[in-house]
Design a binder for this molecule. Structure first.
Ligand SMILES: Nc1nc2c(c(=O)[nH]1)N(C=O)[C@@H](CNc1ccc(C(=O)N[C@@H](CCC(=O)O)C(=O)O)cc1)CN2
Ligand SMILES: Nc1ncnc2c1ncn2[C@@H]1O[C@H](COP(=O)(O)OP(=O)(O)OP(=O)(O)O)[C@@H](O)[C@H]1O
Length: 244
């Protein structure tokens, strides 16, 4: 892809982002959480039914923004109760680098039984009002956090502004997830889908799943990872994989 094609493609993505953000604002106003919560939980009940979820020992999950995005709070309680090893995002201090790690949230299953409090309620929030695991060092300045390494996460839940029926994803536009997945997968994309870690599961509301007549798909570059599955409140899409 040459420079000009890349720039056209980026512009198309920006236009799509604007459209989807406007649609979400209209369909899920910030002051009316109930439809968003109901739809979010429909997505997660589909996730929890999957054998891929049931066999996963470790899960990478995002902590949702306060509005305009699938809400993960109830699902996180379930994942902890199910005894999975849970990893959550921590974006780097340097926002320009758009770097992200996933940090182990070491919480005992019993701690999720309380109806209100969850382990991340006391964490500091980042610029998008998302709680982030604090950086903790020992007396010698060594990191105490468990930072996910390739192979550590079996199933990664991927947020997105939109997805399509090819498993293509439109993110927020900074490349955080693509960079993170490339750190985790390394060259593993040459493996059979079943052996690839992590399994990529995109989640979105039906209004963010783009398959209307005349729509020719979310454009992707070499950096963009294709999801293995996409779940919405009304469908579970398994993306047919060709090699690589
Ligand atoms: N819950 C959650 N956590 C996440 C993500 C996500 O999508 N959801 N991310 C997924 O990558 C990363 C954060 N990515 C983000 C990247 C850019 C913007 C952003 O620039 N928002 C603009 C919106 C307006 C605009 O640019 O047009 C803003 O800050 O106002 C937000 C999140 C890491 N953690
Ligand atoms: N693995 C990578 N290495 C280097 N640069 C990357 C990588 N992945 C994406 N980028 C760059 O990051 C920028 C944003 O990428 P893109 O438009 O795909 O973001 P996005 O996936 O929508 O965002 P996000 O993951 O934050 O939700 C682009 O300039 C892209 O070239």
């Amino acid at each position: 892809m040459n420079k000009e094609e890349l720039s056209t493609l980026r512009q198309r993505k920006q236009v799509l982002r604007k459209e989807v953000r406007a649609r979400i604002k209209e369909t899920f106003p910030a002051n009316e959480a109930s439809k968003l919560l109901r739809d979010s939980n429909l997505v997660f009940s589909r996730l929890f039914d999957l054998p891929q979820y049931q066999s996963a020992k470790s899960i990478g999950f995002f902590l949702s923004m306060p509005s305009g995005e699938i809400q993960t709070r109830d699902a996180i309680r379930q994942i902890v109760q199910d005894g999975k090893v849970l990893f959550v995002p921590r974006v780097g201090l340097d926002f320009e680098k758009c770097d992200m790690d996933m940090v182990g949230a070491l919480v005992p299953p019993s701690s999720a039984s309380d109806q209100d409090e969850l382990f991340y309620d006391c964490w500091p929030k980042n610029k998008w009002n998302i709680p982030e695991p604090p950086i903790e060092n020992d007396a010698h300045g060594n990191a105490l956090s468990l930072i996910a390494q390739p192979g550590d996460i079996d199933l990664l839940l991927v947020p997105g502004l939109a997805f399509d029926s090819n498993g293509h994803r439109l993110g927020q536009g900074k490349g955080y997830y693509d960079r993170f997945i490339s750190k985790m997968r390394g060259t593993a994309d040459e493996n059979e889908p079943g052996e690839r870690k992590p399994l990529l599961v995109g989640v979105c509301l039906d209004e963010q799943f783009l398959d209307y007549d005349g729509f020719d798909g979310i454009p992707v570059t070499d950096h963009d990872y294709i999801m293995d599955m996409v779940i919405t409140p009304t469908k579970t899409l398994v993306v047919a994989m060709t090699s690589g």
